[in-house]
Design a protein around this ligand. Sequence first.
Ligand code: HEM
Length: 140
Amino acid sequence: MTVVQGIVLVLHLLGMAAILGGWFATRHEGRVHPAMLWGARAQILTGLILVGLVEAAADPTDPPNHPKIAVKLVVALSVVACMEIANARQRRAGVGEVPRPGGRSGGSATTAVATVPAVTLVRVGAALTLLNVVIAVLWT
Ligand code: HEM
């Protein structure tokens, strides 16, 4: 493994930690922590860079596991979709917005209604992240 590949792998693992850590920190609030959103986006980017680096360094007689990579990509795209949709719903409801002086801030009446579907999306996103960890480690 080259130094660059090692650095990207570290970023890839930090992205995973951001998703799961963000979920753990806000698991009782049912909202998307910004770390989850950015972690999910980072997983796609760092994952694709890793694929490029792994392909470039691969031994022709021992190619990378393409079905595994494809499955991980589909799962990661589902994670990012969950986070983006939940985040959009939150923003529309004003949940998680930093109140600005004299500006519009989130109303608590809409918060409960808007976070109900977001809770499920956030949970599904976290569960799919866990699934990708299991695939990454156990699918050899
Ligand atoms: C939620 C999304 C993801 C999670 C949680 C995740 C998790 C992981 C973990 C834990 C590893 C380290 C496994 C090990 O070294 O034994 C890993 C490695 C890797 N991941 Fe992901 N991953 C995700 C998304 C992706 C995506 C979208 C791709 C590319 C399409 C990808 C490609 C790779 C590759 C190529 C490696 C191996 C790096 C190497 O062997 O040097 N991952 N991933």
